[in-house]
Design a binder for this molecule. Structure first.
Ligand code: BTN
Length: 240
């Protein structure tokens, strides 16, 4: 298996920002990994708490994909991380679009940022934040009720590099031929759908709030509700 070059920092502001700096310098297909981030960020500019012990990395990949495939890409990334955690014996599920949940708590988040040129996605940075070998007490009190860590669940330390390689392998497997893998990604996304039959509130772009019951995930990676909505990652700011 081909492992992309890994550029490691003990402490950095954000691996995501660093990956885009490398892109601007002409690099691609690299991983930026850090022990600790001072300004780690999540979807829609939310702060991402990134203490030592976590697995914080960003994978810069050059691609040539239509923007309409972003829901499927995002689903594929969620499936790749969830399956990797299942290989570690965790009962990981995917909370659409791609939060990873174990025992009803968030254990990992994924941030996907893109470069679009001439109506094609030409580069992706897939940022993965996995609460790996972090003691739950290290997190601020207000977060502790909603999140968990691999250490907290398994009660033992897990090899960081092996976990990283497991995730990278699965990301490459799905993303290097997204169309060919569409049916497999969809099968896992349906099986591992944490939100199935749950009541959700969603804040949409434009400040509109909706409430509905989740029915499914369709083959393009959109969230399907009982009320007939097909929500895209482009539409939703936050799910409650
Ligand atoms: C989310 O759930 O909102 C996504 C969180 C993504 C966090 C990761 S940690 C590595 C990479 N660097 C960042 O600043 N963010 C992502």
């Amino acid at each position: 298996m081909h492992i992309p070059p890994i550029i490691f920092y003990s402490k950095i502001n954000s691996t995501q920002d660093k990956a885009w700096e490398f892109y601007d310098k002409g690099l691609s297909n690299i991983v930026v990994l850090a022990n600790e981030q001072s300004t780690g960020h999540g979807r829609h500019g939310r702060k991402w708490f990134s203490p030592r012990g976590g697995l914080w990395f960003s994978y810069l990949k050059t691609v040539n994909i239509q923007p309409e495939l972003l829901d499927l890409i995002s689903t594929a990334c969620g499936v790749a991380v969830a399956l990797s955690l299942r290989d570690l014996n965790l009962n990981a599920l995917i909370k659409w679009p791609n939060d990873i949940i174990v025992n009803n708590k968030k254990i990992a988040g994924i941030l996907i940022s893109t470069k679009i040129m001439k109506n094609k996605i030409t580069a992706l940075v897939i940022g993965v934040g996995l609460n790996l070998n972090v003691n739950i007490n290290v997190f601020p009190e207000e977060l502790r009720g909603q999140i968990t860590t691999v250490l907290n669940e398994l009660k033992h330390y897990t090899d960081e590099l092996k976990t990283l390689i497991l995730i990278l392998q699965k990301l490459d497997e799905f993303l290097d031929n997204i169309i060919l893998n569409k049916a497999t990604i969809h099968k896992y996304a349906k099986e591992l759908n944490y939100l199935k039959d749950k009541h959700i509130k969603a804040l949409l772009i434009g400040n509109k709030m909706i409430e509905d019951i989740v029915k499914d995930i369709d083959e393009s990676g959109k969230l399907i509700t009982a009320g007939g909505l097909a929500l895209s990652i482009y539409d939703v700011v936050q799910l409650y």
